[in-house]
Design a protein around this ligand. Sequence first.
Ligand code: SAM
Length: 217
Amino acid sequence: MAHHGKADWTDDERVQRMAKSYPVRYDDMFWKSLDALIGSGTREVVADFGCGPGLLLADVANRYNAKVAIGLDESKEMLAQAKTILKERRNLDSFELIHVNFDTEEIPVETNSIDFAFSGFTLHEVASPTDFVSQVYRHIRLHGFYVVYEVISGNEDVFVKSMSYIGMSEEHARKLYPHVGKHSASDIVEILQSSGFQDCRMITIDDFRAVVVGLKR
Ligand SMILES: C[S@@+](CC[C@H](N)C(=O)[O-])C[C@H]1O[C@@H](n2cnc3c(N)ncnc32)[C@H](O)[C@@H]1O
């Protein structure tokens, strides 16, 4: 079956649309869920695996007073957009944007070096979520968190309605749903657990998206 859930992220218009929809996708309910799951505090090194346009990375760097922000993505077009965003954040000591394909390459980041790692709407795009999350696990420091934010299976109608807020037609949203919402929230917890994460917890929002967190002990 063709991977309809994976968009062409070399298309600049699509990249711009993804950036424009950021405030809708990362709304108050997302931030409240994230706060409830991991609380506040300083996290020196933050990384976004599948960072896309870099807006979330810039916001978490700010929120956790990070010194270093690392964005990783296979799309050069997304990384170019992320560079523009991160350059504007002058409170960061440094940022690094890494071009890497998680399906075919080793992630070129120091092991045990990241305090807070994140993947938003990326898990459904990688070839093997378990291999990918196992790789991420190696790069996280002891007591560091990994957060996955994803569309989840179970309520197609709510997904379709929410996609209409970012301008997607009903037909397109229904075609996309089985590919984007292919994991349930408990599938994602299981993927994190089988990759080594402990104390996994999740919050579902509006019945079609979930924030899942795992801790490296
Ligand atoms: C739906 S976009 C989400 C972007 C960003 N996390 C956000 O929420 O704004 C998915 C991102 O994952 C990246 N991606 C998908 N598969 C990948 C892979 N195998 N290796 C590296 N990046 C990948 C894409 O290039 C794209 O930027």
